[in-house]
Ligand binder design. Structure first.
Ligand code: HAM
Length: 469
């Protein structure tokens, strides 16, 4: 008996990005490209795989990411390597390694890359996920923090998402140490209410208690000391200025004293973007802040810096929830339909000729039935269908069918390219065909209803004879 083969399956927490989802990705990417250009960012891509030490030194040994979530292994050269869990460390490595310290500062870099964290998968949390990120290296000024928030806000707004900016300052390392002590002292008086896990956190990484979801901790936190009261003077002044810029531009934000972020490299300003109405760091659409010591920590010249990154899958999830439109689908101007092998040969050639003159053309060269092909043309939203049947083959003509009104005309095959070009240009000038060749909103519906409609009227194809199926 033949052995049953188990088909391969996605790894847990991984996701295929199927063709139906691509319009969301195009829309976000296009918006990012334009936004990055406007704010003066240049694109960078760093390798997926980096030395493990890059992340232990930057993200921090005691963070959840390094302790629990990294895909780390020893490769065949015996090097300890990690699938990057975030983008800032790699960008800083690249900045140092390529001597970007010697370029005019600040250096502004943006990215759109996949990341890996072996976390417990749930809605909006994957083990491979994509982030866009903006990093500004070589500028200490608070105006940078404010402009990063503006750039981030402009992206979420541009997509139509309702979001709230949460902001806090965690000061310099010395003020943070003082605050951590105060927090530990406070929680020590509440020890009886803490679980063993909380006690461990209190010892190892007390700041993480601040974003605990635990109801008891939440309750205790109402009376806990707040980090703003421990800020050093310079950090306080910096923070006040950031907020002044935001106030000046009437950017709404929530001062969130518990926002500390889960990565060690931050200092001073930290912020996150949350979906409005679903407040909670678990569904954060993005986060960032200052990391003025990171370049130095990784061996570069002291270089102040700040950045932000947003999660693409979470953005798409929210866009779907809010029923926000993805990018309109690309629509062909011309569709080619043929009946029989000699006609197919002519269409194979015509397809190339039309592409050569920049006509957006589509085909179904594997199909024979005319009805079937016209259905595809309709589904794709093609403006015209060119048809070669037996009669056209004999006369060396071609039938041009206007898919909007069903009107058909016979034209000379040899003049087909010129004639098509002429019509499309005329239509473009009069606005009948979208210049971009994208499906207009009112046609999207037809495009998305990919199921052939049996009740649709039979196409009028009498002129080409009775060669349908
Ligand atoms: P992060 O807060 O760890 O920051 O991640 C930024 C965003 O990535 C999150 O707000 C979320 O939208 C998305 N994200 C994180 N983990 C997952 C996951 N498992 N599945 C889906 N989406 C996820 C950073 O990574 C910093 N490098 C940001 C930064 C840039 N700071 C300065 N520059």
């Amino acid at each position: 008996m033949a052995k049953e083969i188990t088909p391969p399956q996605l790894l847990r927490g991984m996701k295929d990005i199927l063709p139906t989802d691509q319009p969301y990705w195009w829309k976000i990417f296009d918006l990012l490209r334009v936004t990055a250009r406007d704010y003066g960012f240049e694109r960078i891509e760093t390798p997926i795989l980096e030395a493990t030490s890059l992340f232990t030194r930057s993200v921090g040994d005691l963070t959840d990411i390094v302790q629990k979530e990294m895909y780390s292994f020893t490769d065949k050269s015996n090097d300890n390597v990690t699938l990057r869990p975030e983008g800032t460390a790699g960008v800083v490595r690249s900045y140092i390694e390529h001597g970007m310290l010697n370029l005019p500062q600040p250096v502004k870099l943006w990215y759109f890359m996949p990341f890996f964290r072996h976390d417990r998968p749930q809605a909006g949390r994957y083990r491979q996920f994509w982030q866009f990120g903006f990093e500004v290296l070589g500028a200490p000024q608070p105006v940078i923090d404010a402009q990063l928030i503006l750039a981030a806000r402009s992206i979420y707004r541009g997509l139509g998402l309702d979001t709230t900016v949460q902001i806090n300052s965690i000061g310099d390392p010395a003020s943070r140490t003082q605050y951590i002590k105060a927090l530990q002292t406070f929680f020590k008086t509440k020890k009886s209410e803490l679980t063993d896990e909380h006690k461990l956190l209190l010892q190892k990484n007390p700041l993480r208690l601040l974003d605990s979801k635990d109801a008891v901790i939440q309750d205790l936190l109402t009376d806990a000391p707040q980090i703003v009261d421990y800020l050093d003077e310079a950090s306080r002044a910096h923070f006040v200025q950031v907020l002044e810029y935001l106030d000046d531009l009437e950017v709404a934000y929530v001062l969130n004293p518990r926002l500390v972020r889960g990565l060690d490299y931050y200092n001073r300003t930290v912020f996150e973007v949350w979906p409005t109405g679903d407040e909670g760091a678990q569904s954060s659409l993005g986060g960032g802040g200052r990391y003025d010591s990171l370049v130095e920590t990784l061996g570069g010249r002291p270089t102040p810096a700040a950045g932000f990154a947003g999660g693409i899958e979470r953005i798409i999830m929210r866009m779907k929830e809010q029923q926000l439109p993805p990018a309109p689908l690309d629509r062909p101007e011309i569709y080619l339909a043929q009946l029989g092998e000699p006609a197919r040969k002519k269409m194979l050639r015509l397809f190339e000729a039309l592409r050569d003159v920049d006509v957006r053309v589509a085909e179904s060269l594997t199909k024979d039935g005319l009805k079937q092909q016209l259905e595809v043309a309709n589904r794709l939203g093609a403006h015209y269908t060119l048809i070669i049947g037996q009669k056209e083959l004999m006369d060396d003509t071609i039938l041009i069918r206007d898919m909007e009104n069903g009107i058909q005309e016979i034209i000379d095959y040899k003049k087909a390219v010129a004639e098509v070009k002429k019509r499309l240009e005329k239509n473009r000038a009069s606005g009948t065909t979208p210049v971009t060749g994208m499906v207009q909103p009112e046609r999207l519906e037809r495009y998305q209803a990919a199921v052939p409609d049996d009740t649709a009227e039979e196409p009028q194809v009498n002129q080409v004879g009775d060669h349908d199926e």
